[in-house]
Design a protein around this ligand. Structure first.
Ligand code: ZN
Length: 80
């Protein structure tokens, strides 16, 4: 029987177990980020200008460059 997970995995060119593992990683990362009272992000080694990733020193959660940009801007506006 094929379900939506199988269809999504096929569309992404991944196996079902790989897709489910990625989904679990995404959920675990979101739990870490939500529980953190104040992030302190640092750019991860190996990041490129087009594909930068940042990790919080407190919660170990990771975000992409877009999320990092808006989080930093929000902090800056909160202090004005
Ligand atoms: Zn954090």
């Amino acid at each position: 029987m094929t379900d939506s997970v199988d269809k999504l995995a096929q569309a992404a060119g991944l196996t079902r177990p790989t897709l489910l593992a990625i989904a679990e990683q995404v959920k675990a990362n979101a739990v870490k980020l939500r529980a953190c009272p104040r992030h302190e992000f640092a750019e991860l080694p190996g990041s490129t200008p087009l594909k930068a990733r940042y990790r919080c020193a407190h919660c170990d959660g990771e975000v992409d460059a877009h999320a990092y940009h808006w989080y930093q801007q929000g902090r800056q506006h909160a202090t004005v």
